[in-house]
Ligand binder design. Structure first.
Ligand code: MF3
Ligand code: CO
Length: 258
């Protein structure tokens, strides 16, 4: 069952997603060589609680932390640890918040120090593909139009789309229907209607699409060991343009002055 949200519910979802956005802004300030991924996790937990939220991922199906922190060939669901980020790494940080009974969910892949240009391009194209998908997330289109736009942009740049993991509806639950794949056919899938809130989250590999899971039951890595990027926004379908409820504005304000 798909839950369509009222205007008031969308404002609550916006609040939760804005706390996620501000948390990312705080993380952007400290991401640098030598910082452990667990330190990012601690900062996020503290910042979320100080601002009236609860971390959404902590204890979700037994997940042990606030953030998913996925370095280099880790695609998603990397568990924070004492690993220290090093020059040339990329790190996907996925953050979720529960506040006033509604969830926020957004991910950003950060550069650590000086990163090889071909990897910088992977991040750029992945982020662009998210916005290409969002452009298609308008009333009257179908979900497959969003999926196709993401896939088309990534594959035309020579990258591959992870199949096993997908975006999702967001609301009073972190993961609601519908599933939002990053691959698909134009004109397929459900019709997009006002009040539908979804997280679009391309997970894009520089090499082949195949992945595997570590023994920890969470960490997802590329089979070929090549880097993977991940960007995620939570958005509401409206008339005309999609309403992006999360935001990269805080992150990008910090990064441009770095
Ligand atoms: N943003 C991820 C997702 O949408 C978060 C799930 S991680 C988990 O699937 F730890 F909470 F499971
Ligand atoms: Co998500």
């Amino acid at each position: 069952m798909i839950y369509y949200k009222t205007a008031d519910e969308i404002e609550l979802l916006r609040k939760s997603n804005m706390l996620v956005a501000r948390t990312h802004g705080e993380l952007a300030k400290i991401i640098a060589p030598g910082v452990s991924t667990l330190k990012l996790d601690k900062l996020a937990l503290e910042f979320i609680r100080d601002n009236g939220g609860e971390p959404a991922f902590l204890n979700y199906q037994g997940y042990p932390n606030t953030l998913c922190v996925s370095v280099n060939s880790t695609v998603v669901h990397g568990i924070p640890s004492n690993y220290e980020l090093k020059d040339g790494d990329i790190v996907s940080v996925d953050c979720g918040v529960l506040m006033n009974k509604y969830y926020g969910d957004s991910a950003y892949t950060y550069l650590v120090g000086e990163v090889r240009p071909e990897i910088v391009k992977l991040l750029q194209v992945t982020k662009e593909s998210l916005y290409k998908g969002i452009e298609k997330a308008v009333e009257g289109n179908r979900l497959g139009d969003v999926s196709y736009a993401v896939q088309q942009h990534c594959e035309s740049n020579g990258y591959s789309v992870v199949r096993e993991m997908v975006g999702h509806g967001v609301g009073r639950k972190l993961h609601e229907k519908p599933e939002v794949p990053n691959y698909g056919r134009r004109g397929s899938g459900i019709k997009l209607k006002k009040g539908l809130v979804i997280a679009i989250e391309p997970m894009i590999n520089m090499g082949k699409k195949e992945i595997y899971q570590l023994e920890d039951g969470w960490t997802i890595k590329t089979k070929d060991g090549m880097p993977s990027a991940h960007f995620e926004h939570t958005i509401a379908i409206g008339q005309g343009k999609a309403d992006i409820l999360s935001s990269f504005e805080f992150v990008e304000e910090v990064l441009k002055n770095k």
